[in-house]
Design a binder for this molecule. Structure first.
Ligand code: CDP
Length: 206
């Protein structure tokens, strides 16, 4: 039987690292749903209509180079406002969530819209300054030229667009466990996530 772990939260909250670690811990598959929107955003920057791009999206498009760039991140949050884009990506995400052997999906609307019946839901967050600092360090390590103020501004802008859109805004599901990683290192955040998922599992199979 499938077991779905939904992990949502704002930009650069550490969902990616956390989701990979949680998936590895339970032996589950992991889908970074942000990549779907990034792939559509990249196509829009190429000049393609975003709705057509979302309808034609293939799994291999998620491996395209450059999807992590700041320009693609902003484009992703612009195409993510369009209801037809979101609708075109629902089936792929739901099918992945129900794969045999369990799945971790991370994104913005997994616990609220894509998998409202997920067995475990986490909402991972941190104050914007901490998130921007982490993203800035990541970019410096990858050799990207930027400055902290620009990264902070981009992070706040994207959070605002994600939280205020009408369709599937970024918001914690009522039954999600909130993990604020502002003061947690990655090991502590992973431990908090695993204990929340263990508690959810115990509620299902006491
Ligand atoms: O890695 P980071 O948290 O910076 O971003 P991401 O998870 O790759 O998501 C990029 C953008 O895609 C977000 O800013 C959202 O606008 C959009 N997104 C979404 O709308 N719904 C999702 N389930 C995942 C991402």
């Amino acid at each position: 039987m499938g077991f779905t772990i939904a992990i949502d939260g704002p930009a650069a909250a550490g969902k990616g690292t956390l989701s990979k670690a949680v998936a590895q811990h339970y032996g589950f598959g992991h889908l970074d749903t942000g990549l779907l929107y990034r792939a559509v955003g990249a196509r829009m920057l190429d000049g393609m209509d975003p709705i057509a791009a979302a309808k034609a999206l293939l799994a291999e498009d998620l491996a395209r180079e450059g999807l992590r760039s700041p320009d693609v991140a902003q484009a992703a949050s612009k195409v993510a406002i369009i209801p037809e884009v979101r609708a075109a990506l629902v089936d792929f995400q739901r099918a992945y969530a129900r794969r045999a052997g369990g799945a971790v999906l991370d994104g913005r609307d997994i616990g609220t819209v894509i998998c409202p019946d997920a067995e475990a839901k986490l909402f991972v967050t941190a104050i914007p300054e901490v998130r921007a600092r982490r993203r800035y360090d990541e970019m410096c390590a990858a050799g990207v030229q930027t400055d902290y103020e620009t990264v902070l501004k981009d992070t706040i802008e994207r959070d605002h667009r994600d939280s205020t859109r009408v369709d599937a805004p970024l918001i914690a599901a009522g039954d999600a466990v909130i993990i604020d990683t502002s003061q947690l290192d990655i090991d502590a955040a992973v431990a908090a996530a695993i204990s929340a998922v263990d508690a959810a599992q115990a509620r299902i199979t006491p």
